[in-house]
Write a protein that binds this ligand. Structure first.
Ligand SMILES: [Zn+2]
Ligand SMILES: [Zn+2]
Length: 215
């Protein structure tokens, strides 16, 4: 089997919503439907995929603002984030109003814990709880496919902000170095914003988390 994906930048924040699917079964997950739900559904239709679940890395509006609408339209379950992000979910209507776009609160069908597994057709995603940007942020890793969706934990050449309520930069760095980098240099990742990269490249060159900073 093979994992395939398509990135759909959504909202004024150009958040990398992704459609990820199992090529055997054509079962798909939408990771972080921040908004523009019709566009996301259009991609699912064009690719002839069957939506199986919605996965949420964390509850910031650009990642999760369209979750309720997509779940309502499709009837699929909402999986994630970790329950420590409940307060961000509660703040969604206010966040969306402040930034002037549609978005609403939602109730996850399943909270995620570190070490949980999420199946998608013949694929299996391991859940890594990576607090620091938000306290309930999770990352989805398909080890056999060398793939991760990391939300706002890690970017090409940077890391997530940690100046939000319950953010913590040291905790974020520890999440990246202790829970992501050991998974392998060859894991390519989709970040919440900007271009893709892989753990090895960030390990060598990312000024916030490179090995040489911690040698
Ligand atoms: Zn965020
Ligand atoms: Zn973001």
């Amino acid at each position: 089997m093979t994992l395939k994906f398509e990135i759909i930048p959504v909202t004024p924040f150009a958040q990398n919503c992704s459609v990820v699917w199992c090529s055997d079964t054509r079962l798909a997950a939408v990771i972080d439907p921040g908004g523009e739900i019709e566009r996301i559904r259009g991609v699912l239709g064009k690719l002839e995929l069957e939506l199986d679940k919605i996965l949420i890395t964390h509850a910031h509006l650009d990642h999760a603002g369209g979750t309720a609408e997509l779940a309502r339209a499709t009837g699929v379950p909402i999986i994630g984030p970790h329950k420590a992000d409940q307060f961000w979910i509660d703040l969604l209507p206010e966040q969306c109003q402040r930034f002037g776009f549609d978005g609403e609160t939602f109730t996850p069908d399943q909270w995620l814990e570190h070490g949980d597994q999420v199946a998608l057709g013949n694929l299996t995603f391991n859940v890594a709880h990576c607090p620091g940007h938000t306290p309930g942020h999770v990352v989805f890793v398909e080890q056999s496919q060398h793939f991760a969706a990391v939300g706002d934990v890690l970017f090409q050449g940077s890391i997530g902000r940690s100046d939000f309520p319950q953010g913590n930069q040291q905790q974020l760095i520890d999440s990246i170095r202790n829970r992501l980098f050991p998974l392998g240099d060859d894991i390519q990742f989709i970040p919440g914003h900007g271009p893709m990269s892989n753990f090895g490249h960030e390990r060598r060159t990312n000024p916030f988390v490179a090995d040489q900073r911690f040698g």
